[in-house]
Design a binder for this molecule. Structure first.
Ligand code: FES
Length: 189
């Protein structure tokens, strides 16, 4: 026996249920559209509030003058709310950083992968254990067993390349993005 089939959504308008189906489709679509607008307008203030404030954007990158930092000295600058350690390394510190068996390191990384110029070491000064700021920036600070930085909270020692050498921290101090603008000026960020 032959059968008549209709593609979905077609058929006589007077067919039983035809008008009802159309109205249901319309109500469904209209509700869906209102729902989408509602979500969009509710989401906007939330997304907008996540945009950085103008003063934060202004600090997205900063320039640092290295000229006043003598060999053996360190300075700390704040970038995006984080302490950035800038150390003008001595020949001894550079030598210590280079003469390490990389495979012995917990977070193996060669010194020349962490610096752009050997005399300038630039790090985010936040311990990779629980986020304290390690000591070692001031001349009177303890610098740990590896001539770098010491985090007294739980006893992490970092070397003169900022690599973790002893204690609970799992990773080296991070190197922030930066570029040399000239021999004595860098741009962070
Ligand atoms: S936070 Fe630095 S050792 Fe724990």
């Amino acid at each position: 026996m032959a059968q008549t089939t209709h593609p979905s959504g077609t058929g006589a308008p007077t067919a039983p249920g035809g008008e009802g189906s159309s109205r249901r489709d319309f109500l469904y679509l209209a509700t869906g559209a209102v729902g989408a607008v509602g979500v969009a307008s509710a989401a906007w203030p939330f997304i907008d509030s996540m945009n950085p404030a103008a003063d934060t954007l202004a600090l997205a990158s900063i320039e640092v003058d290295l000229a006043p930092v003598a060999e053996g000295q360190s300075i700390t600058v704040t970038w995006r709310g984080k302490p950035i350690f800038v150390r003008h390394r001595t020949a001894k510190e550079i030598d210590e950083a280079k003469t390490v068996t990389i495979s012995d390191l917990r977070d193996p990384q060669a010194d020349d992968k962490r610096v752009q110029k050997p005399e300038w070491l630039i790090l985010i000064g936040i311990c990779t254990h629980l986020g304290c700021v390690p000591l070692g920036q001031k001349p009177t600070d303890p610098r740990g067993d590896f001539d770098g930085w010491f985090c007294p909270c739980h006893g992490s020692h970092y070397d003169s390349s900022g690599r973790i050498r002893k204690g609970p921290a799992p990773l080296n101090l991070a190197v922030p993005p930066y570029a040399f603008l000239n021999d004595s000026r860098i741009k962070l960020g």
